[in-house]
Design a protein around this ligand. Structure first.
Ligand SMILES: Nc1ncnc2c1ncn2[C@@H]1O[C@H](COP(=O)(O)OP(=O)(O)O)[C@@H](O)[C@H]1O
Ligand SMILES: [Mg+2]
Length: 295
């Protein structure tokens, strides 16, 4: 079975005209586990959807896939089945509501990240034939510096590095940013401080990270904001609910809504591929695709 044999969705001939606007692909990552990546990816995706943005959430954490657990989903098919030609991408996408869809990945993610350019035409078409044109693709990556995580970050248009104010999280995030910029040519990162008590603490954390880089070799690192430590988050998780919907007035939910508002205002990416297939093309290292950010 060739990847180019992957069955395409049923919808390609019936889909409404595709505006082909650029998709903002946000990789939510971090050097260390337990910093809150999955919670932030899920809530950011939901908050974007609540703002009317068509959003697709891709669970790209092979080892600790838990977007589905968090949302109380039970997936019968995975990306692995798509790559094997057993079903279409449409078959595995779960509609959470009008604006939010989830690809509950787990198995198949490593194959996707390892896939080589020549084999990907079918998958690129499968992605581009998704029924709803999407505005945002939020990718919940695994932790750390593996090639798989790097591939997803390299394919993204924005990278959100989730950091907590503790030495191991700071050290591992600095290591991740350093390696991704030196080895993978990734030049822009946004730091999101999580589980902090105040804006001051978050800004101090950001300054600490910046100070770990040599001025001459520093990638572009900006501050994306912060999410306060909030017990409502754990409460929502235990109820298999999404915080921004379950406890919309909690401090963390309000911060996540603000984050979504800022994310919507980030500069739009502009790229030759024009749509979501761009993401897969970049994932497999198609060097012909250029991105630039509109100012
Ligand atoms: N802002 C926060 N306030 C309180 N607890 C949080 C916050 N963010 C994450 N957590 C908790 O931290 C733990 C790890 O979160 P998770 O999203 O699974 O991290 P990761 O995906 O980075 O491993 C979970 O128990 C989660 O409820
Ligand atoms: Mg996680």
């Amino acid at each position: 079975m060739q990847l180019s044999d992957i069955k395409l969705g049923q919808c390609s001939s019936t889909a409404s005209p595709d505006p082909r606007h650029p998709v903002q692909v946000i990789a939510v990552t971090g050097g260390k586990g337990g910093t809150g990546k999955t919670n932030i990816a899920v809530n950011l995706a939901q908050a974007l959807a609540n703002e009317g943005q068509s959003t697709l959430l891709l669970d790209a954490d092979l080892g600790m896939a838990n977007v589905d657990v968090m949302l109380g989903l039970s997936a019968t098919h995975t990306l692995s089945d798509v790559l094997n030609g057993q079903c279409t991408l449409e078959d595995i996408v779960i509609d959470i509501d009008d604006k939010l869809q989830v690809i509950p990945a787990a198995s198949g993610i490593k194959e996707l990240a390892d896939m080589k350019q020549q084999g990907c035409a079918g998958l690129v078409r499968a992605f581009s034939d998704l029924k709803h044109p999407i505005d945002f693709l939020v990718v919940d990556t695994a932790t750390g510096i593996s090639e798989c995580v790097a591939s997803f970050c390299r394919a993204a248009t924005e990278i959100l590095v989730v950091v907590c104010n503790e030495p191991a999280s700071i050290r591992d995030s600095v290591a991740q940013i350093s390696l991704f910029s030196s080895e993978y040519g990734i030049s822009r990162f946004r730091i999101l401080a999580n589980k902090v008590e105040s804006a001051n603490e978050a800004q101090g954390l950001f300054r600490t990270i910046i100070s770990r880089f040599n001025d001459n070799h520093r990638p572009q690192i900006s501050f994306a904001g912060y999410i306060p430590i909030d017990e409502h988050l754990g409460k929502a998780v235990r109820q298999h609910r999404v915080l921004v919907n379950a406890y919309p007035r909690s401090r963390a939910a309000m911060a996540l809504r603000h984050l979504a508002g800022r994310v919507i205002d980030w500069p739009q990416p502009e790229y030759a591929g024009g749509h979501i297939e761009f993401f897969v093309e970049r994932l497999v290292g198609n060097e012909n695709i250029e991105t630039e950010v509109m100012s």
